[in-house]
Write a protein that binds this ligand. Structure first.
Ligand SMILES: [Zn+2]
Length: 305
């Protein structure tokens, strides 16, 4: 069991993780975690004042488009529905009423504003390290690690604060230390998409062991869920620019636009190429995990090869 995150017997870590309960069956539901991260960033930079929906709408929309699942979601959805979670978020209209629902029209017209629940705001004020620990728990529980820095930057949180809170990671994100080495060896220290293989002083650099199905959504630390990718292709794979077919042919999102020759040769030209395979006899990527990535991460449709 991990230690409670908070003070006075209140486990705020457990509470913020409660917002993930709609992610059964591996369906990604990052809407409420994104709103909470956004609210934590606002709290860190501006204090506990109310956040008016119409002023936050564009920021939330952009966060949802960049880091939400491939299907579109209205910013009104988390803004309203987070009020149903246990003492985390309150919404009030200009005339003192409760949240008018998730429709953007009423949220705008009634000048609805949200804020962190006073209990949470008080706990954050009292315990200076709590904010970073909650941000860390939300990031670990919801997003692939390669996306954490981009999300922190967009919501105004300091990733270094969150890194300091690394001991606050709940049990579920413990990693198998052999995974990285096993995957890199299986693919002979070469990116499965482009073949990149750089070494510095006898150590492979710029190569990652990527999870096809994210660990936070039940992806195992096994070769059947691993790909050796260079840093660029890992990031683009986690952002849904790159994907795989069931036969492990590389796909590129039609929504991805690039003009420079380097982007074309490093990314667009991969479309339709077979991904590199592990050494003979070792397991290839399991089609079930590819299917999860295609449904939950890849920005459909794929370009024609
Ligand atoms: Zn690569």
């Amino acid at each position: 069991m991990s230690a409670p995150i908070g003070s006075g017997g209140m486990d705020w870590g457990e509470r913020v993780l409660g917002v993930r309960r709609y992610s059964r069956n591996g369906e990604r539901a990052p809407h409420k975690p994104l709103l909470l991260l956004y609210a934590l960033g606002r709290f860190r930079n501006e204090g506990a004042g109310p956040i008016e929906f119409s002023a936050a709408e564009d920021d939330l929309d952009r966060l949802l488009r960049e880091f939400g699942p491939p299907r579109p979601t209205s910013p009104g959805y988390p803004f309203h529905h987070l009020t149903n979670d246990d003492r985390l978020w309150l919404v009030e209209t200009a005339n003192g009423g409760g949240s008018p629902g998730s429709g953007v029209g009423p949220l705008r017209a009634q000048r609805a504003a949200g804020r962190l629940h006073p209990d949470l705001a008080a706990a954050l004020t009292e315990d200076r390290g709590l904010l970073a620990r909650l941000a860390r728990v939300l990031l670990d529980a919801t997003f692939a690690p390669s996306l954490h820095a981009d999300i922190c930057q967009m919501v105004g949180l300091d990733l270094e604060d969150a890194e300091l809170a690394v001991h606050a990671r709940p049990e579920v994100v413990r990693r198998d230390p052999a995974f990285r080495q096993d995957v890199l060896e299986a693919y002979e220290f070469s990116c499965a998409f482009c073949g990149y293989d750089g070494w510095l002083g006898g150590v492979a650099v710029g190569l990652d062991a990527a999870h096809v199905r994210w660990r936070t959504y039940g992806g195992p630390d096994s070769l059947g869920n691993g790909l050796c990718l260079c840093a660029l292709h890992h990031r683009l794979f986690d952002r849904g620019v790159l994907g795989l077919t069931g036969e492990r042919v590389i796909t590129v999102s039609q929504k991805y636009i690039a003009r420079a020759d380097t982007s074309r040769s490093n990314v667009l030209a991969l479309s339709g190429r077979p991904a590199g395979e592990p050494q003979t006899g070792l397991p290839v990527v399991d089609p079930q995990h590819i299917d999860w990535h295609t449904r939950q991460v890849f920005r459909r449709p794929a370009r024609a090869a």
